[in-house]
Ligand binder design. Sequence first.
Ligand code: PGA
Length: 256
Amino acid sequence: MEIIIQPNPQAATDIATRLIARLLKEKPDAVLGLATGSTPLRLYRSLIAMQLDWRRVRTFNLDEYLGLAPDHPQSYHHFMWENLFRHINILPENVQIPDGLAADVPGFCADYEARIRAAGGIDLQVLGIGSDGHIGFNEPTSSLASRTRIKTLTQRTREDNARFFACAEEVPTHVITMGIGTIMEARTNLLLAFGEHKAQAVAGAVEGAVSAMNPASALQFHRDTRLMLDEAAAGGLQRAEYYRWVYANKPKWQQV
Ligand code: PGA
């Protein structure tokens, strides 16, 4: 894991933006895994501002609420089109987001996995982290080998996400999410985390034992995972000084 601590969320986002821009230049038909929530909003604004060429890029989103139609204002379909896709030249047929209205959920999930494989796998997956350590919507105790499937949200996640809905009861109870096993197959994972409320989950993921109780800790087994943190999200790390030192002393060829 590479831990990059920056003074504020925008500085951390700028590094993630540069990495994605570089990938799209090197591989114009790259396969990106995308995330929703408050955390990647700056990233999407920065990518839009760069006016990159997205015509051959394919994307797979991590998750979607079950029961919400694509045009529901809180659906992740709506989020992605509003906050990224409608501002770039991506082709709609190259956008994949789990279907919140899937009639056959297991069948849909198996097909989603098959589509990721057929695309050649995910080159770079953007991740946030829940205050409980979830990645995608893989809540604590999710199998570390899980694939795309239905999950039941914890009350904590429903409360965390209630701010987007009129009231907490409106937050769906079920979702479709890529599994931890799916995420582990992405060639690169970029996890962004900002704010004090993420500090405990980040510390557990980086310095704690690998455990399904903190799903992001599975990334300790991933070969190319980078965490982009602001100071507040890095606040629980014991070895923060070492991570800063590593970043400050990167050989020139490793710098981004
Ligand atoms: P947030 O959500 O970016 O809205 O904090 C992150 C997550 O739940 O993965």
